[in-house]
Design a protein around this ligand. Structure first.
Ligand SMILES: [Zn+2]
Ligand SMILES: [Zn+2]
Length: 261
């Protein structure tokens, strides 16, 4: 039976950069409430607002391809002109910051009338190996997409592992996805130098790992159906996945209590 506090993952879009299935992006929810959005391509924010009727509480970025960050400019405007302005936590792997600055924030004159900087509306939080959010500790790890240190995955131990765009990363799945996590993995039908293909899964991962996988970032519905025919679970647009409860771990507040004695 589903607990009132159950964690779920909702996919807003599941496609690759050229797909009509939406930019790959999802939202970690607890008790149906959004906790953390992962990636914000150009069509992710409208999909988010259509479902939740609000703006995301916080966002984590996996890498800097525009199907994952193209919605940041729209998010800036929505936050800047929100009736009740707030700083939105934006967790970004520290290695991505120089190129994120060049690619998004350096655009001259973010507002035509002046008086604003791109980062004014965000609480920009550079992250390395992990970060705290809502008393949960998330792990961040490098993946294999383009140049080294240009893409990162995210896990919540015991709950989920999200690869972002990547070639197979068996070493990271062992390190961060060996506690029963649901593994959301980039996968299309064919492999290529920047993405995983279905034959890669069969070569690089164990059967027990593959059984915990949900595949996303595929080209179209036909590819998705072909992946399902090979026995894989795939994510569809606006589909949610029930996740395991997190491992009992010290929370930020319990650590603070320990320190205070
Ligand atoms: Zn992508
Ligand atoms: Zn990419």
């Amino acid at each position: 039976m589903q607990s009132d506090q159950a964690f779920t993952m909702r996919f807003l879009g599941v496609g690759n950069a050229a797909s009509s299935l939406g930019n790959a992006s999802c939202v970690l929810e607890q008790a149906g409430h959004p906790l953390l959005m992962i990636d914000c391509g150009h069509d992710a924010l409208p999909r988010y607002e259509k479902h939740y009727r609000s703006l995301p509480p916080a966002l984590f970025i996996t890498h800097l391809h525009l199907d994952h960050i193209g919605g940041l400019e729209g998010l800036f405007f929505r936050l800047r002109f929100a009736p009740e302005p707030r700083l939105m936590p934006l967790y970004v792997p520290a290695a991505l910051l120089p190129n994120l600055q060049k690619r998004i924030a350096d655009y001259p004159g973010v507002l035509a009338e002046g008086g604003a900087n791109f980062w004014d509306v965000f609480q920009l939080i550079p992250v390395s190996d992990g970060f705290w959010h809502q008393d949960l500790h998330f792990k961040v790890f490098p993946t294999r997409h383009h140049l080294p240190n240009s893409s990162f995955g995210l896990s919540l131990p015991g709950v989920f592992l999200y690869t972002g765009d990547t070639r197979p990363i068996p070493e990271q799945i062992i390190a961060h996805g060996s506690s029963g996590e649901t593994i959301f993995h980039d996968c299309g039908l064919e492999s290529n130098p920047s993405h995983t293909g279905v034959t890669d899964l069969e070569r690089e991962y164990s059967e027990s790992q593959r059984k915990r996988m949900v595949l996303y970032h595929y080209a179209d519905a036909e590819q998705g159906a072909a992946l399902e025919q090979r026995g894989y679970r795939i994510a569809h647009e606006n589909e949610t996945f029930l996740l395991s409860a997190p491992e009992p771990a010290p929370t930020r507040s319990s650590i603070a209590q320990l320190k205070s004695v």
